[in-house]
Design a binder for this molecule. Structure first.
Ligand code: SAM
Length: 252
């Protein structure tokens, strides 16, 4: 009789363990990084829309900007602010929230979160605390810029925005030593200064491609030597968003 109860008890505890494990997998928290369009709203993917609709809540760099995007796609979802000015301060509470939910989405103002946008810190910390991470493929500015440039895409270095003051000169030394295709992000207000510095540090004959307003109505890809491209932009009022691609040293 005792033996019978022991077997039943063991069987039951085994079953409970299995159910618990199943529930754990079912409720495993997940952070999904969702790329959003860099200009053309048609670039949102079907999967991005589904994830944004299904997520328990969305972390957004700017809740107003993202609110408009979600409104365009008729998605009503709770948005929580997560940006470069609060990411350190709210990191713990954000991870606690992610852990208590099934799916959390992270979006930035445009493009892929983590690429010159908040994301890295959260991803690193989620991995450290056992939260599953998934990044959807989707819009980002540097990939179309690189391909449009016509420079070798098999090896490239992405530098994002150069530091404004401290460390800028050291960065130029790094860029000079890097022989691959180089990719930089820049604001239209600082494009002239950047092109002048490329000429001074990498040589005026180095070829560049300035990609402006990618995916938008007035997209422009201006190619030539730094000297030519600088002259061209000096004669214009520069507007819009910009990626600068620099041909690798020694590429014929
Ligand atoms: N997360 C974004 C991505 O995945 O590319 C980048 C965000 S960063 C704050 C913004 C910079 O990306 C802009 O200053 C510009 O250099 C570049 N960028 C964004 N959209 C662009 C566009 N439509 N055309 C050209 N450059 C763009």
């Amino acid at each position: 009789m005792i033996c019978f109860f022991l077997i039943v008890f063991q069987g039951l505890s085994c079953l409970i363990k299995k159910i618990k494990f199943g529930l754990q997998i079912f409720f495993m928290a997940k952070l999904i990084l969702v790329p959003t369009p860099i200009g053309n709203l048609e670039d949102i993917t079907l999967r991005a829309l589904r994830i944004l609709k299904e997520a328990d809540f969305i972390l957004a760099e700017d809740t107003r900007t993202s609110g408009q995007l979600l409104k365009h796609f008729a998605i009503e979802k709770q948005l929580r602010s997560f940006h470069s000015h609060n990411e350190h301060r709210v990191l713990d509470e954000t991870i606690a929230l992610i852990q208590s939910s099934k799916t959390t989405a992270l979006i930035s103002d445009a493009g892929t979160p983590g690429i010159s946008d908040p994301g890295f810190l959260l991803v690193r910390e989620c991995i450290a605390r056992g939260v599953e991470i998934e990044t959807l493929p989707g819009p980002t500015a540097f990939v179309p810029a690189l391909v449009n440039s016509g420079f070798p895409c098999n090896e490239f270095s992405f530098y994002g925005f150069l530091p404004q003051k401290k460390g800028r000169q050291t960065k130029w030394k790094e860029l000079l030593a890097d022989t691959k295709t180089l990719i930089l992000y820049e604001s239209p207000y600082r494009l002239i200064k950047l092109l002048e510095e490329i000429g001074q540090n990498l040589g005026e004959e180095r070829e560049v491609c300035v990609c402006r307003e990618l995916s938008k109505m007035f997209e422009e890809n201006k190619r030539g030597t730094v000297k030519e491209v600088l002259e061209y932009f000096k004669s214009k009022t520069i507007k819009g968003e910009i990626v600068v691609v620099i041909k690798g040293a020694y590429v014929s």
